[in-house]
Design a protein around this ligand. Structure first.
Ligand SMILES: Cc1cc2nc3c(=O)[nH]c(=O)nc-3n(C[C@H](O)[C@H](O)[C@H](O)COP(=O)(O)OP(=O)(O)OC[C@H]3O[C@@H](n4cnc5c(N)ncnc54)[C@H](O)[C@@H]3O)c2cc1C
Length: 578
């Protein structure tokens, strides 16, 4: 029997990140994964700022950014009748509209990027293995049984067909949308699987002449039939600029799964491109369904699930692998503290409290985004069931010099703008404010959102929120507040007059046996605030303090000095569940 502290099932974004974080924190862990290698198709791409911050803390941000397509070429959502055909409208996406770009630049030390999942997984899993994760490929989780001390899982070696057992203190189910671990753990779900059918076709083709002048990662194609199933439109998705691509085309689930021959796949792709002669090579085809389902509990005893195992939704808004990595990051530090005896197992309950609401939110958001495609079809007069010739005629009608055509143009413009809720939801990505026993409220009401909470990020140090990013200086050199936090330990930030908190942190560190690094921000101190931006962002007095958890979320804050030792120690004890 193999023994370890944490057994992770699955090596996708969730499982590999869990392994990387746990190994970084010194926790022995084993990953078992069903196949002989990692993702063999590009799948998830959008890697948002919060995920990049996590990868930065885990030491792989640079490698990911170096292999990814940068944000500035991600920007044009093109709506067209085919790549070669008429363009109906454009929307700047992923924060590339100049005013939105400022929001993104101000929010984080990291940039969003476009990173195919088949390139991302080897980086994360490779770093995990380098730091100690034991990776077992061709190893399928079969079942598990838990008792008071741990979990025993039965695993099948798919090379020898032999089964063996792995004993762990905790089991993590990161085994994707058909999670056997979640099923065995009896996790309760809401929603529906298989809402719509979709075909993915990966192909090689030099499309430079159609796309270089309007660089983008997503080209949306409105054609007869493109509103059937799938994600609501035909899509040509950039994998690598500008010669590797993924086409997405829907099918009617009620009619059953299509038998997709190479010729049929090529016909779909050629229609989407609108060029019957361009050389292309179909690489692979696969079928998948749009899901609308989330777990209302992520754990049972010693079994914790994460990623698609607990939130299953379409790729709209690009939240899938991002949320999966963020789940893993949330749980990993808590497991490390519990396994090192620094926190009570009660701390692990806060994983559910903090991540279940996020999972529900992103499943609903992604499915709503599919529905918001409808008004574009309506504005163009592409009502379901009408004749193809009539469809083209209705689309052309918007060019007329008539009041009806003017209304049609205006409706189309508004319908395309509504897609900001799919492509520029900076708020959904960064406004994650946790409410749990590992967050100590300070009695102040939650700050309201001055702008749309889905579209805009609203930085705050309100307990539970992610620490706002501000460029401070260390010896005159720039350092982000987020670079001070992280590394698996607590950090305390205060200002001039708050030195009592530093002493309190030193004592609490000794008393609780955990690392708490304290920093005074101010002239002549550990860090300076030369731009004066921290003074604006901190929302506490100079002599107050912020206690930042290892995942960079604020766990506790105090407006000013006074009774520091008692207040800080009590706050830490509550966070650690002691
Ligand atoms: C077309 C498409 C486009 C997408 N685009 C985006 C995007 O732009 N941005 C985004 O964030 N997300 C996107 N997603 C979603 C994204 O791919 C998933 O959300 C993400 O892969 C989930 O990660 P995961 O680690 O939870 O699960 P998975 O990546 O599904 O990994 C599951 C792992 O578990 C293993 N496994 C399964 N069963 C067992 C078993 N019994 N025993 C052992 N191992 C097992 C698998 O082999 C795999 O390693 C997209 C998805 C699709 C289909």
């Amino acid at each position: 029997m193999i023994e370890t502290d944490v057994l992770i099932v699955g090596s996708g974004p969730a499982g590999s990140s869990a392994g990387l974080a746990l190994s970084t924190y010194g926790i022995p862990n084993v990953i078992v994964t069903k196949y002989g290698w990692l993702a063999d198709t590009p799948r998830a791409h959008i890697t948002n700022q919060r995920t990049m911050e996590i990868l930065r803390d885990l030491g792989v941000e640079r490698e990911v950014a170096a292999k990814a397509s940068p944000q500035h070429i991600m920007g044009n959502a093109v709506f067209c009748t085919s790549l070669a055909g008429e363009e109906l409208g454009r929307l700047r996406m992923w924060g590339t509209e100049p005013r939105r770009q400022a929001d993104y630049t101000l929010a984080s030390p990291c940039s969003m990027c476009d990173m195919p999942q088949n390139l991302l997984e080897p980086i994360i899993l490779g770093a995990a293995a380098e730091r100690g994760t034991k990776v077992r490929l061709n190893s399928e989780y079969i079942s598990s049984r838990q008792d008071a001390e741990g979990v025993t899982a039965e695993v099948k070696d798919r090379v020898s067909s032999e089964t063996y057992k792995i004993r762990a203190k905790y089991l993590l189910g990161a085994d994707g949308a058909n999670s056997k671990v979640a099923e065995d753990a009896g996790l309760p779900f809401e929603g529906k699987m298989g809402v719509a059918g979709s075909i993915n076709i990966v192909f090689r083709c030099d499309l430079g002449k159609y796309v270089e002048y309007r660089p983008s990662v997503l080209y949306w194609v409105l054609q007869p039939g493109s509103d059937v199933g799938g994600v609501g439109m035909g899509v040509i998705r950039m994998v690598r600029p500008w010669n590797e691509w993924l086409a997405i085309w829907g099918y009617d689930l009620a009619a059953g799964a299509p038998q997709l021959t190479g010729a049929a796949a090529e016909a779909i792709v050629r229609n989407l491109i609108g060029d019957q002669n361009i050389p292309l090579q179909i690489r692979s085809t696969s079928l998948w369904t749009v899901n609308d389902m989330y777990a209302t509990r992520y754990s049972t005893g010693r079994v914790f699930c994460m990623g698609d195992a607990v939130h299953r939704h379409p790729p709209m808004n690009g939240l899938g692998s991002n949320t999966s990595i963020q789940d893993a990051y949330n749980l990993a530090w808590k497991l490390a503290f519990v396994l090192k005896g620094k926190a009570s197992p009660a701390l692990l309950d806060t994983y559910d409290e903090e991540r279940v609401p996020i999972g529900r939110q992103i499943v609903k958001r992604a499915n709503k985004s599919i529905g918001e495609t409808g008004p574009i079809f309506e504005a163009l007069g592409l009502e379901p069931g009408i004749e193809v010739a009539q469809m083209w005629q209705n689309m052309q009608a918007r060019k007329d010099a008539t009041p009806q055509a003017a209304a049609q143009r205006e409706n189309l413009r508004k319908a395309i703008l509504q897609k900001n809720y799919e492509f520029n939801t900076h708020g959904v990505e960064l406004n994650q404010r946790y409410r749990s026993a590992a967050v100590i409220p300070d009695g102040t009401p939650e700050p309201s959102f001055e702008r749309d909470a889905e579209l805009y990020f609203h930085p705050t140090t309100w307990p539970g929120a992610r620490l706002p990013h501000v460029w401070l200086q260390k010896d005159g050199r720039p350092i982000s507040t987020l670079d001070i936090a992280g590394s698996g330990r607590f950090v305390l930030l205060t200002g001039i007059g708050g030195e009592g908190w530093i002493e309190a942190a030193r004592k609490a560190s000794a008393a609780h046996g955990i690392a708490i690094d304290g920093f005074v921000i101010g002239p002549g101190r550990d860090l300076t605030d030369l731009y004066g931006e921290w003074a604006e962002a901190r929302e506490i007095g100079e002599s107050g303090c912020l206690l930042v958890r290892p995942d960079a979320h604020v766990g506790y804050r105090a407006a000013g000095a006074g009774d520091e030792e008692h207040r800080l120690s009590a706050a830490i004890a509550r966070i650690l569940g002691r």
